[in-house]
Design a protein around this ligand. Structure first.
Ligand code: DO4
Ligand code: MG
Length: 310
């Protein structure tokens, strides 16, 4: 992945017109859906077309100057029915996640869990841990809220590089994912993993998809930063937690994770695969109502979401 001049896509909403597919270029978003070419109508149609032709080549066929364009900064706002805004970068794709792909995640889970050895074993095993995270309709996008379960008292963000896969399970792009999780529920019993991971507003993605170079063999190391902002002692925007890692510390090859996802499973509209967290806040940290979570990944952007207690 080249981080400097890679092309970026987004999904956005226009009142009266609904969901659109956009090409992000120099602070503007070109409305690809307005081209009326079937392959640019939706993210799904573009991912399907990319099995035969790389997305970069497909996009060269569209003349951006003939299409309506919008300022990115005007779309980069809290979602509301009457105003244009960014949407999560999925329309029909299932979202899956890999787990225990960084040593830091393995150690945190060994500390929190009653059943400890499953995490050590899966870290070392050839077969990765993959779990279902969300259908597309339940994913939240930039500036939308992420939720804290009322039956959990230990909730964390999990900042993760997310692979955007076409139906052939090729990595065609990257976005930012937040695999919001309840550590106490997972720690009590690994069979509770779906309840710790899958609930209302527990999966955030965005803000854009950075396209992967078609011929690139792997993901170049990308820095991942997590910041949680909170009102503390009269300071509205204090830093409650800050941490960083790099995808260089990932113990798995992202392309191998994608290949495992595709084993005996079909994704006719493509899929998104979160690659696991390498940042786990200390065991005394839990998210709180009103926090703001910011996840920055080099070459992609920053995913911002406020936190709401449910
Ligand atoms: O094993 C449980 C989930 C692990 C996970 O979500 C992660 O490592 O990111
Ligand atoms: Mg995770």
């Amino acid at each position: 992945m080249s981080t400097c001049d890679a092309m970026q896509l987004c999904r956005f909403y226009l009142p009266g017109q609904g969901a659109r597919l956009g090409l992000v270029a120099g602070g503007s978003v070109v409305d690809l859906t307005a081209s009326r070419r079937p392959e640019y109508a939706t993210l799904s149609s573009l991912l399907r077309a990319s099995v035969a032709t790389p997305i970069q080549a497909l996009l060269q066929r569209v003349s951006g100057s003939a299409l309506p364009a919008y300022a990115y900064r005007d779309l980069d706002r809290e979602p509301a029915a009457g105003i244009p805004h960014l949407l999560p970068p999925v329309d029909r794709q299932e979202v899956w996640a890999a787990g225990v792909t960084y040593a830091w995640s393995r150690e945190a889970r060994v500390r929190e869990a009653r059943t400890k050895d499953v995490y050590v074993r899966v870290y070392e095993a050839e077969r990765p841990e993959l779990f279902f995270k969300s259908i597309a309709e339940k994913v939240v996008g930039p500036h939308d809220w992420i939720g804290l379960r009322g039956d959990s008292h230990w909730n964390v963000p999990e900042p993760e590089l997310a692979l955007v896969l076409n139906p052939a399970l090729q990595v065609v792009g990257y976005t930012i994912g937040n695999d919001v999780s309840s550590r106490d529920i997972e720690g009590e019993n690994p069979l509770y993993l779906p309840q710790a991971k899958i609930y209302r507003h527990s999966c955030a993605l965005g803000p854009v998809i950075t396209l992967a170079e078609p011929a690139a063999p792997g993901v170049i190391p990308l820095a991942i930063h997590l910041t949680v902002r909170r009102a503390i002692a009269g300071q509205p925007d204090a830093i409650a937690f800050q941490g960083e890692t790099s995808t260089a510390h990932m113990h798995r090859d992202p392309h191998e994770l994608a290949a495992y996802l595709g084993r005996y499973n079909d994704f006719p509209d493509g899929a998104v695969l979160l690659t696991g967290t390498g940042i786990v806040p200390g065991d005394d940290f839990t998210l709180q109502d009103g926090d703001h979570v910011l996840i920055k990944i080099e070459g992609i952007g920053t995913l911002r979401n406020p936190v709401r207690q449910m």
